[in-house]
Design a protein around this ligand. Structure first.
Ligand SMILES: Cc1ncc(COP(=O)(O)O)c(C=O)c1O
Length: 329
């Protein structure tokens, strides 16, 4: 889904022959797409229902989440202490961890930023090791604050080069960032290989696994690295409600990590206080709405199949590796 969306939007919006060049520069691509979208609105064109370049989910939020927002408005003059506590507890239960392993954020971006700041500053400008191309938010923030960025190219079939990444980890490394499934390629790392990687590398340096799209894999529990946190490893897992739950505008995310790590992160983020009470209420309702989650997964699979078929008819090949596709001319 991810890669197809980004490339489709990029290629079609700009007629760009150099798709690969743009793919290696996520932030430039986002800027171009945002500018294109703004130009559409200024030209009086209707807003797009689905902005594929932003990886938003146009099939939600669920009716139960919307109702929870309406119901929460009456009490929204109060801070959301109690409902935040409830969301932490529910999230911990969902992930099979303790409440002290959970840190809420106003979207996972806030948590990626907190990790970038903490590990860059505490290592006095250490380098983040990441795949390239990958989701650049954390590394760009680190570089802006004096950190470094060690880019390890994806393999020829757009997979993370875990061996190559491990070799680049040294005393000057601040953190290792893995985006799985990867944005923008949509490829998924073999879960057992990633588990071994986390176990070995986290003994030397912290490993941050960004699982924004994990719900779109065939078996999210099998692919998630939350069990590494459960085993006490120095691994952080970021999750978001923006994708499957369709909460991009509501801003809810969380980090699963060791309690000591969470304490350190809290120096650089709101610890959940930047989320609004209606967002917290909606997330609590959406977590319980398994029917909606299945519906959103099915709609995504259906849309992906349609897109792949359409691209094929247009003479483009889709690169298929479970569960998401990549295409090239
Ligand atoms: C890989 C990845 N991580 C994190 C995010 C940030 O999501 P949010 O801040 O909405 O939780 C995105 C958004 O597109 C993403 O693609």
């Amino acid at each position: 889904m991810v890669e197809v969306r980004h490339h489709l939007a990029t290629g079609i919006a700009f007629g760009a022959p150099s798709l690969q060049a743009l793919a290696t520069d996520t932030s430039r691509r986002h800027q171009l797409l945002a500018r294109h979208y703004e130009a559409r609105l200024l030209a009086g064109m209707p807003p797009l229902k689905a902005r594929l370049f932003a990886n938003e989910n146009p099939f939600g939020p669920s009716e139960k989440a919307k109702q929870a927002i309406i119901d929460s408005l009456r009490d929204s003059y109060m801070y959301a202490f109690m409902s935040m506590k409830q969301l932490v507890s529910q999230t911990a239960q969902e992930e099979g961890v303790k409440e002290e392993n959970i840190l809420l954020g106003a979207g996972s971006s806030e948590l990626l930023l907190a990790a970038a700041l903490h590990y860059t500053l505490s290592t006095k400008g250490g380098k983040i090791v990441s795949a390239d191309p990958s989701y650049t938010w954390m590394m760009e923030a680190a570089v802006e604050h004096g950190g470094g960025w060690e880019k390890v190219p994806l393999t020829k079939d757009y997979m993370h080069d875990l061996d190559g990444m491990e070799k680049r980890v040294n005393a000057g490394t601040s953190l290792v960032y893995i985006c799985n499934p990867n944005n923008p390629t949509g490829t998924v790392v073999n879960p057992e290989k990633l588990r071994s990687f986390c176990e070995a590398v986290s003994r030397k340096k912290p490993v941050f696994v960004d699982e924004a799209y994990i719900d779109y894999t065939d078996d999210p529990k099998k692919h998630s690295m939350v069990d590494c946190v459960r085993k006490g490893q120095n691994v952080m897992v970021a999750r978001t409600f923006s994708k499957l739950h369709a909460f991009a505008g509501l801003r809810v995310g969380y980090l699963v990590a060791q309690p000591a790590t969470i304490k350190l992160m809290k120096k650089y983020c709101s610890g959940g206080f930047d989320m609004s009470a209606p967002s917290v209420a909606a997330a609590t309702a959406s977590l319980q709405d398994t029917e909606f989650r299945e519906y959103a997964r099915a709609k995504n699979a259906e849309s992906k199949a349609f897109l792949c078929k359409t691209l094929k008819e247009e003479g483009m090949n889709t690169y298929r590796r479970m569960p998401i596709s990549y295409f090239s001319r």
